[in-house]
Write a protein that binds this ligand. Structure first.
Ligand code: SF4
Ligand code: SF4
Length: 293
């Protein structure tokens, strides 16, 4: 949970391609019109960050993300097997006269180093991505970018959140990865509100149900944005009503939006009048957060 003067809103979706980043960036831009409240935009979709395409930030600072990988000095090793036993990720294997480390599986947790009775393990840093910070107009912008082929988004998201903590913005908008896996949980953890973006299709509803379960597990109040609405899809509204998930905004399906987004334009450039809708949505979110406290 953020401190009392600040608000952290995570924007998520149970699946990719629903317009999550479109909504997150439009929300940030609409709020940035009030320059008295500093806004931080955090792109936590570290496997495929693309919010920069809509907000066009200037990056001024960057920092590599490293994890510590074990290296075994076999002259000190007794092949006792304790390191392999303690590793939850099968990243280290002990054979009769050899220890194998699989860096792609290692989470850099340090457990093997701690448990080794002969101090045969030391740790070496391995770069798995980069953090970048800058500004997009009035918006502070930060993101993590995972190196191609690296499997671990969570340490990058965790370090990104730690890196920006001293900024203390009034409002933080988190663009979370799509889906409901560990990187999503890490991105939205500590948020005051979860905005779930969905589309009115059976697939959209299926994935919204999963995303809603995550919000429930983490006890984060949530609301829904229905994107590309083209007529009413009753099952979606029925589900939202049934679980008391407020529908905060409906973005109609419009060709002009799809064409603009495809060219990398942000939603508020395409339809400036939507800024007020996002500001109104923010007012409702604030009320819901207050109610939940
Ligand atoms: S715990 Fe240490 S001594 Fe035992 S197998 Fe692993 S590296 Fe070797
Ligand atoms: S650092 Fe952690 S994840 Fe990596 S090999 Fe050791 S115990 Fe396994």
């Amino acid at each position: 949970m953020t401190n009392r003067d600040s608000l952290k809103i995570a924007v998520a979706s149970g699946k990719g391609g629903t317009g999550k980043t479109t909504v997150a960036t439009a929300l940030a831009l609409s709020l940035a019109e009030d320059t008295s409240k500093p806004i931080l935009f955090l792109d936590c979709d570290v496997e495929a960050p693309n919010a920069h395409l809509f907000l066009k930030p200037q990056f001024r600072e960057e920092k590599p993300v490293e994890i510590l990988i074990p290296e075994v000095n076999e002259e000190l090793c007794t092949y006792c097997g304790k390191c392999a036993e303690v590793c939850q990720f099968q990243a280290i294997a002990v054979l009769s006269q050899r220890v194998l480390v699989f860096p792609q599986l290692c989470h850099g947790c340090g457990s093997c180093t701690m448990i080794c009775p002969t101090n045969a393990i030391h740790e070496t840093p391995k770069t798995i991505g980069v953090l970048q910070k800058g500004t997009a107009g009035e918006i502070e912008f930060a993101r993590g970018v995972m190196d191609i082929g690296e499997p671990m988004a969570v340490p990058i998201i965790r370090q990104l959140k730690k890196w920006v903590a001293p900024l203390k913005p009034k409002i933080t908008i988190v663009d979370s990865p799509p889906g409901t896996s560990c990187p999503v949980v890490e991105s939205i953890r500590g948020s005051d509100f979860l905005l779930l973006v969905t589309e009115p299709t059976p697939f959209g509803l299926h994935d919204l149900k999963l995303a809603y379960q995550v919000a429930k597990e983490l006890q984060i109040p949530a609301g829904v944005v229905i994107n590309r609405e083209n007529g009413v899809y009753e099952e979606l509204d029925e589900f939202c009503a049934q679980v008391n998930l407020p529908v905060l905004m409906r973005i109609p399906f419009q060709r002009v939006i799809a064409e603009g987004i495809a060219k990398g334009e942000n939603l508020l450039n395409i339809l400036p009048e939507m800024s007020e809708d996002f500001q109104n949505t923010m007012d409702v979110i604030k009320t819901l957060v207050k109610k939940g406290k």
